[in-house]
Design a protein around this ligand. Structure first.
Ligand code: GDP
Ligand code: IMO
Ligand code: MG
Length: 431
């Protein structure tokens, strides 16, 4: 069964967009089913850069169906801007290439305003969200007051729901946060016009995906964020508001776990994190800055500098436990060229006691001191390597050691941002 999940095995921004773009060639349909436009997935194709926040990274492959399934929280303004941009660059010529879940929840201006106001109020304890309204939108979904794409497409239903929600949200904004209220008539008119434009893309995406699978099509599921940002299993409260792990992708797409044939965890050859929260291997000096500069580690969504650190084995082993990884796509190996010695965190010490698991009690994780194994670096530029054997011996040894320590094989090694700067060691659609 060749339906494959690609998800982040660290704290996000691992290079999922690039990996999904590569695997899309072998799939028929590509689906996103978690998160929203907090995601920023960058692809570079023959030097041309694309950043997607909502639309699956398979969209550049003509003829591949792309699905934004109902687990995604959709900001209609962002979706339409992405559609317009693609069309202006001569992609998405056939609108039937894109399907949007009619049950997907919609991000409205009060979600964004509440996200911002809450972060401001938290001050130094803030989470460092992307301020895109993701948390407040998922909260409304769970509270059963969310507005879905199918509601947005029905003017009377939408107006009624918006009016009721604004009564509560404006009370909170004005009286609790001291923030500006959201105007009802202008919001209604603006969003109804978005609803009108989105209506042609709306379908039952669970039905569509299952029909695709039943007819033998290969589906690629594109994860967003990373395992350690999962609402249940991540470094709570410094997480996002959805399940970023494999089970979340199944729920979000309405495709059963037994239909999935493999899970590829994308991991950088080091690790990064944006926003606040514990990060044991974080580098604060020159080495961290060198990785940030060489790896262009600035957020695709918010432009914030990403925190950079050494590869953390317990984190990826934890991602393997939660997702049962069938392979790792190891990205950005090229970025480590020129660092004389590499460090790999193999365990933590907490209050003098060695731990090999990720301690999910925040105060413990905050006290975790990494136990490092050191490895020799390499000087060579890796960006032209296309076979594993093209890599310098020290780089090969580094990859093999990560495989041993994580217990998962590196089925893909990425040596540059461009689509072709990739070593495919095993193709999950053919394995
Ligand atoms: P995503 O959110 O997981 O899709 O990752 P992002 O797109 O936010 O961040 C990954 C960044 O690294 C993007 O700018 C990619 O173009 C870039 N990238 C991906 N793979 C590689 C690689 O192997 N080497 C280098 N140098 N850059 C890469
Ligand atoms: P992709 O798909 C990295 C982080 C934010 C913040 C926390 C909560 O590009 O890998 P939110 O706006 O979701 O409420 O923010 O989660 N975060 C990400 N970090 N990559 C992402 O997505 C992220 N999406 C959310 O920085 O720490
Ligand atoms: Mg990203």
């Amino acid at each position: 069964m060749k339906n494959i999940i690609v998800l982040g095995a660290q704290w996000g921004d691992e290079g999922k967009g690039k990996v999904v773009d590569i695997y899309s060639e072998f799939a028929d349909t590509v689906a996103r089913s978690t998160g929203g436009n907090n995601a920023g997935h960058t692809l570079v194709v023959r030097g041309e850069k694309f950043i997607f926040h909502l639309i699956p990274s398979g969209i550049l492959h003509a003829g591949k169906k792309c699905v934004v399934a109902n687990g995604v929280v959709v900001d209609p303004k962002v979706l339409l801007a992405e559609i317009d941009k693609l069309k202006s660059r001569n992609y998405l010529k056939d609108d039937s290439q894109l399907k949007v879940g009619h049950l997907a929840h919609i991000i409205l201006p009060y979600h964004i305003a509440l996200d911002r106001a809450r972060e401001e109020k938290l001050g130094s304890r803030k989470i460092g969200t992307t301020a895109r309204g993701i948390g407040p939108c998922y909260e409304d979904k769970i509270a059963r007051i969310g507005i879905r794409a199918c509601d947005l497409a029905e003017p009377d239903t939408f107006s009624e729901m918006l009016r009721a929600n604004l009564e509560l949200k404006n009370f909170l904004l004005k009286h609790y946060y001291g923030a500006e209220e959201i105007d009802f008539p202008s919001t209604r008119d603006e969003y109804l016009s978005y609803g009108e434009r989105i209506r042609p893309y709306l379908i039952d995406t669970s039905l569509f995906l299952n029909e695709e699978i039943n007819r033998g099509a290969k589906v690629l599921f594109e994860g967003a964020q990373g395992t350690l940002l999962d609402i249940d299993h991540g470094t709570y409260p410094f997480v996002t508001s959805s399940n970023t792990t494999a089970g979340g992708l199944c729920t979000g797409s309405g495709v059963a776990p037994t239909k999935i044939g493999g899970v590829i965890g994308v991991a950088k050859a080091y690790i990064t994190r944006v926003g606040a929260g514990p990060f044991p291997t974080e580098l604060f000096g020159d080495e961290g800055q060198q990785i940030r500069d060489r790896g262009c580690e600035y957020g695709s969504t918010t432009g914030r500098p990403r925190r950079c650190g050494w590869f953390d084995v317990p984190v990826v082993r934890y991602a393997d436990r939660l997702n049962a990884l069938t392979g790792i796509a190891l990205t950005k190996l090229d970025v480590l060229s020129g660092l004389p010695r590499l460090h790999v965190c193999v365990a933590y010490e907490i209050d003098g006691v060695r731990r090999e698991d990720v301690p999910l009690i925040l105060s413990e994780f905050e006290r975790a001191v990494p136990v490092y194994e050191q490895m020799e670096g390499w000087k060579e530029d890796l960006s032209d390597a296309r076979e594993f054997g093209d890599l310098p011996k020290a780089a090969q040894k580094y990859v093999r050691r990560l495989e041993e320590l994580t217990g998962v094989e590196a089925s893909l090694v990425s040596v540059g941002a461009d689509r072709n700067q990739t070593i495919i060691r095993k193709n999950p659609f053919r394995a």
